[in-house]
Design a binder for this molecule. Sequence first.
Ligand SMILES: Nc1nc2c(c(=O)[nH]1)N[C@H]1C(S)=C(S)[C@@H](COP(=O)(O)OP(=O)(O)OC[C@H]3O[C@@H](n4cnc5c(=O)[nH]c(N)nc54)[C@H](O)[C@@H]3O)O[C@H]1N2
Ligand SMILES: Nc1nc2c(c(=O)[nH]1)N[C@H]1C(S)=C(S)[C@@H](COP(=O)(O)OP(=O)(O)OC[C@H]3O[C@@H](n4cnc5c(=O)[nH]c(N)nc54)[C@H](O)[C@@H]3O)O[C@H]1N2
Ligand SMILES: [Mo]
Length: 666
Amino acid sequence: MGSPCISLGYSDIEATDAVFLFGHNMAETQTVLWMRVLDRIHGPNPPRIVAVDPRTTKVAEAARAAGGVHLAPLPGTNQALMNALTREVIHNGWLDEDYIAAHTLGFDELKATVEPCTPEHAAGICRVPAEDIRRAAQIFGTCERVLSTVLQGFFQSHQATAPSCAVNNLHLLRGMLGRPGCGILQMNGQPTAQNTRECGSDGDLPGFRNWDNPDHVRQLADLWNVDPMIIPHWAPPTHAMQIWRYCEQGSIGLLWISGTNPAVSLPELPRIRKILEQDSLFTIVQDGFLTETARYADVVLPAALWGEKQGTFTNVNRTVHLSDKAVEPPGQARSDLDIWLDYARRMDFRDKDGAPLIKWSDPQGAFEAWKECTRGRMVDYTGLTYDKLRGGSGVPWPVNEEAPEGTDRLYTDADFPTHPDICETYGHDLLTGGVLSAQEYRAKNPGGRAFLKAAAYVPPPESPGEDYPFALTTGRTVYHFHTRTKTGRSRPLRRAASGVWVELSVGDARRLGVREGDLVRLESPRGAMQAPVRVGRGRDGVVFTPFHYGYWDQPGTGAAPGDDPRAANELTITEWEPVSKQPLYKTGAVRVTKIAEATGPSPAPTTTASAPADPDSVPPTVGGPDAEVREHPHAGEPPQPARAPEETAGRPGSGGTTASAIGQED
Ligand SMILES: Nc1nc2c(c(=O)[nH]1)N[C@H]1C(S)=C(S)[C@@H](COP(=O)(O)OP(=O)(O)OC[C@H]3O[C@@H](n4cnc5c(=O)[nH]c(N)nc54)[C@H](O)[C@@H]3O)O[C@H]1N2
Ligand SMILES: Nc1nc2c(c(=O)[nH]1)N[C@H]1C(S)=C(S)[C@@H](COP(=O)(O)OP(=O)(O)OC[C@H]3O[C@@H](n4cnc5c(=O)[nH]c(N)nc54)[C@H](O)[C@@H]3O)O[C@H]1N2
Ligand SMILES: [Mo]
């Protein structure tokens, strides 16, 4: 597609015949959305569920229970699977030929690319039964309405854009877009990640503008009253992984880190620590907590968190919400916006006429400026006001004169934003990431048709072999959010998943001679970590470990990062997907060595994808007394706090965070 904003609406969940979840453990990572799916599963006419995930997640269990399919491909083999599914759909004629002819480009190339990829061929690569691939294709091919969701099991592979586009392809081939129950959710993770897409964080231009289109650059220059030449657009944007490379090489001397904790979340932590330690790099860390990264900072700026500031944020289904300030930020903490406005003022940034560059001074003023920035673009906010956002539970863009109440469903007319004058990018080669030129793109003459993007499967850059015989994949548990700056301070959540663990299959554990709770060391070519073993329900040859566990909660132990290595990213590789620039968090190779006998079961929860293979071998996960719910049936009785006040370690001058910080807007 010409644009990543393919995501449609959540209401399709209520209308669909089948939900396909591609590399998406929705039951743990979008719990509120999953409840909507569960309502369908347990209601009349339940949809079929198809889960594509190497682990036995709750999503996979639901798929098996509801007559669907659980496809468990080896990590890094998604594209082989997608090509086989596509081939099956084409060979069985499950196609909307009129739709393909009128609204797409590239069918012949797609057909030729997938032709060698029979279910048997893919079965050999993915190590899933060919019959299961056929059954999944049949569900996709014969249901009238299918909803697909895609997330990190796809996005964090060495081939990420290709299989994600392949999901789009399947919908286009079946004409399953823009009508109730037919949708694609190319998901976001963080509640503000959609804003990151729209506003152009990765150096992209705001409003889905094309850096390679001089008209788009001029629009922004006019809007901001600056010379177009000061807006970087002579090469593709500098992505985060490249910024770190420049810091490593010394060509970046100042790094301002806000709202991210790279000393835990980025790949190959030994390298990240080395970069942060360099004297030549001046580092500012702007965060609500004293994180692992803040340890390396030259300056720490305490930031206000949500609830301590005002602003809007947008969900993956394009719905815009207003979040008001509920409490004052503690101590010296200030909102990110205030910090940056202050910075702009002190730097005395000016426009072409010598007036202050930034012409607003508060969140609402910034919102008004953003609205102007979106005028006429697909992501049109011009019809929104703070008042309108206060009225209900959010409004999906585009909101403008034609759609004053917002737009629930995109692409009802199958008119896609691929026209060369409006498209966000001229596209990439899916294998190399090479960008197409304006001329090459114009020659394709897309004119509102969608691209069917084809790519052959290629193996991951690092696969299991003699020295490192296991495939490593990493991800999340329901009880923690990322580097746990918030969830790690909630006692019930800490109790539910108190420390890191490593999941091994029953067969692998037996072959290695390890039992539940034994301490093992994982080593990759880059680093090592150690953790107790959960003998789980995963497939042989695949090791999983959550990436949540950094080092901040070990004060006083004298332990420094790296001494007691327990972060998954000690192991991961400095490589990124060529088109999306997403690091390869889900493919790598490790060896596993036992280093000590168990002193008890591992801290892995029993209620999630990490459940033990033998359910009786481990006591069930509980949140403890702090997590117990007390009911207050009598009106007027004051509610009792269900939780003790949380720890406040690291929050400068803070009154503490509450467990509500785990709430996911998704
Ligand atoms: N509780 C909780 N919720 C969260 C977050 C959190 O930290 N905690 N983070 C939020 C954010 S920012 C994000 S991005 C989302 C992420 O949400 P998800 O993508 O759902 O979460 P992950 O656990 O990273 O990965 C999903 C699944 O991918 C599978 N997987 C691994 N390798 C492969 C592969 O090669 N192929 C396939 N098909 N699957 C594979 C894993 O087994 C895992 O179950 O979650 C959001 N929600
Ligand atoms: N191995 C492995 N690594 C991964 C992943 C994986 O699946 N496996 N997933 C990747 C993904 S998808 C993601 S999204 C990243 C997440 O990685 P990070 O974004 O680095 O993780 P967080 O813990 O969410 O860090 C956010 C920081 O922002 C702070 N913060 C919260 N609110 C505010 C605010 O309003 N202002 C400011 N200034 N700071 C604030 C928090 O305290 C926290 O320190 O991790 C990535 N890393
Ligand atoms: Mo994410």
